[in-house]
Design a protein. Structure first.
Length: 176
């Protein structure tokens, strides 16, 4: 029996029209390969998983920008992932770990401003949807990974990651 070839170009055109099934088909067909690409570059499974998640979001939102005259659809999909992985490695190199020689920039936690902001964070957390608040607390208080949270809440991994990302943005805005 002849193997059916996957039509990347038709899939991207369908994504550009808003067809969620096309994105799902692409995910089913290539997510493991894209994870392999990201993993080879980052050498970190959690970071590679995040990159693949971000790549599918970028593919979904950027499918309209695919130009078949500039290259193959398959190449475009893989280059999105590759570029995100390379950016991730470059950005990780910019993080400077602090050690004991650095002095804290602010006074200890007993300052009035710290106490006022601590109350504000509780108010901001209360404004979040309970499921999203739960994801944040599991991640930042309990120290669970995104995978562990997804399993604990019986929620898709991509949903958990999106909830955490959006909830952090909402907290930043509320705290400003």
């Amino acid at each position: 029996m002849a193997e059916i070839t996957f039509d990347y170009e038709m899939c991207l055109l369908a994504c550009a029209r808003g067809d969620h099934r096309a994105l799902h088909q692409l995910y089913e067909h290539d997510s493991s390969r894209l994870l392999g690409v990201a993993l080879r570059i980052t050498r970190n499974k959690a970071q590679a998983e995040d990159i693949v998640h971000d790549a599918f979001i970028k593919i979904w939102h950027g499918a309209r920008s695919f130009d078949p005259g500039r290259g193959s659809a398959r190449g475009w999909v893989f280059s999105v992932t590759r570029h995100l992985a390379l950016d991730g490695v470059r950005n990780a190199g910019r993080v400077v770990p602090l050690d004991d020689q650095y002095e804290p920039l602010a006074e200890p936690a007993d300052s009035f401003e710290f106490a006022a902001r601590a109350g504000q964070i509780h108010t901001c957390l209360e404004q979040l949807d309970p499921a999203r608040r739960s994801c944040l607390l599991h991640a930042y208080v309990d120290g669970y990974s995104h995978n562990e949270i997804a399993q604990k809440l019986s929620t898709p991994l991509g949903t958990v990651k999106a909830w955490i990302k959006r909830s952090l943005a909402a907290l930043r805005e509320c705290m400003a």
